[in-house]
Design a protein around this ligand. Structure first.
Ligand SMILES: Cc1cc2nc3c(=O)[nH]c(=O)nc-3n(C[C@H](O)[C@H](O)[C@H](O)COP(=O)(O)O)c2cc1C
Length: 165
């Protein structure tokens, strides 16, 4: 890595990020990977975008299904995030509580769930940007998992805007 890449990586480590597990099902087999490069894109229609490393396996799987699920992890799910980021585990879902939601793997106990289809793809350097249209969304109020300075943390209720006394 050159100096710019190192500086860039350090700057981005200072951006607090959400932690999601992006899932899809190919030939009846569930797949999922931990992804922090995820954000809201549009409200009309509701859309999200995320970035997947071209060296990973999930991007080609979603190219074949053209749909994905977004599991926004809760503060107590750091171990789940690590499991879905670890190569070489034959079945990342084994031993976890999850179910099929309209053909997509949905983890239990998450903060939020989004079911996305009509996925389109755009090149983004060594990653691929995926744009997904949201077909369904659900939320369970609990603290969410964050990734900041290469460590897991949590985000809870918003700070009051100021007039509480
Ligand atoms: C906190 C965290 C965030 C991550 N964010 C991303 C991401 O945004 N995009 C990505 O492609 N990989 C990300 N990764 C790495 C993947 O989860 C990891 O490379 C995984 O093994 C890829 O699985 P796959 O090859 O089955 O797709 C992240 C890992 C961690 C621990």
């Amino acid at each position: 890595m050159d100096t710019l890449q190192l500086d860039f990586r350090e700057a981005m480590a200072h951006v607090s990020a959400p932690v999601t597990v992006i899932t899809t099902t190919v030939d009846g087999v569930p797949h999922g990977s931990t992804v922090s490069a995820f954000a809201s894109l549009s409200i009309t229609p509701p859309m999200v975008f995320l970035a997947l490393d071209n060296r990973g396996s999930l991007v080609d799987r979603i190219r074949s299904t053209r749909r994905f699920g977004v599991n926004v992890l809760a503060a107590d799910q750091a171990a789940v995030a690590m499991r879905f980021a670890t190569p070489g585990i034959p079945d990342r879902f084994e031993g976890l509580a999850w179910h099929d939601d309209h053909g997509l793997p949905r983890l239990d106990q998450t903060v939020a769930w989004l079911r996305c289809d009509d996925v389109t793809f755009a090149a983004g350097g060594d990653h691929t940007v995926l744009l997904g249209t949201v077909a369904a969304a659900a939320t369970t109020p609990r603290d969410s998992l964050t990734y900041y300075l290469r460590q897991f943390g949590s985000a809870g209720a918003a700070i009051s805007s100021g007039d509480a006394q």
